[in-house]
Write a protein that binds this ligand. Structure first.
Ligand code: SF4
Length: 223
């Protein structure tokens, strides 16, 4: 089988996995933009299902995001897990919430609904702790923007699968993936990469045996 045919089979397999595994793209409720940002940060630290559970715990533990802002990172972390990732995630979220409050004097981002896409990008990127892939993810999930949020672990996995030329989240790689995938799959593929990019296709010693594309992946070495 040629490379193009193998890649087609691999993409088909990922699409099947997306259809099986993620309710999210099918019956997705659009959250307020700050809720989505919090959820997207959680996905980066603990994957999709665990991130959704952690988000619910936040909602049950704090009256609103401002209550979380005035809490310590240890207090925030203790509501979701005793593991180190929870503390790192809590510090990240606290930084964002505190910075939002200092910029806007509120701890919500519903005002983004009235912004143009360019204004929303500028605002989100001005927040400490919000990088390009988090910005793209909020725009994709909340506003259906034609953006594909490519993280570092996601780009490493895509490179090993032979989908992009370099293992880094460059604009060139982002554009290459956007041309390869129909926009209707952007959300599902984003969730797939959150679940398998860091937890499975690790920088050191990737767990090929736990990967749904093991048999189809060329497993290209990352130098
Ligand atoms: S098979 Fe291995 S190298 Fe390929 S995507 Fe899965 S974990 Fe990564």
């Amino acid at each position: 089988m040629g490379n193009a045919a193998k890649r087609k089979k691999l993409i088909k397999k990922i699409k099947e996995k997306i259809a099986d595994e993620y309710d999210e793209p099918k019956r997705r409720v659009v959250r307020p933009p700050l809720d989505q940002l919090v959820q997207s940060v959680l996905w980066r630290y603990t994957g999709v299902k665990s991130g959704v559970r952690a988000f619910r715990k936040f909602k049950n533990s704090f009256v609103d995001w401002n209550e979380m802002r005035v809490s310590t990172a240890s207090e925030i972390a203790s509501t979701i897990s005793t593991a180190q990732w929870a503390y790192e995630c809590a510090k990240h979220l606290h930084t964002i919430l505190d910075n939002l409050f200092h910029l806007r004097n509120v701890v919500e981002m519903d005002f983004l609904d009235d912004f143009t896409q360019a204004q929303a990008v500028t605002f989100l990127r001005s927040l400490e702790g919000v990088n390009r892939d988090l910005t793209d993810e909020v725009l994709l999930f909340n506003y259906g923007a034609n953006k594909f949020p490519l993280t570092k672990p996601g780009s490493r996995m895509c490179y090993r699968m032979g989908l992009i030329e370099k293992p880094s989240p460059t604009l060139k790689n982002q554009r290459a993936l956007m041309e390869m995938w129909d926009q209707e799959y952007f959300i599902g593929f984003t969730l797939f990469l959150h679940d398998y990019g860091d937890p499975v296709c690790k920088a050191e010693k990737p767990k090929h045996h736990k990967c749904p594309v093991e048999e189809l992946c060329p497993q290209i070495d990352v130098d």
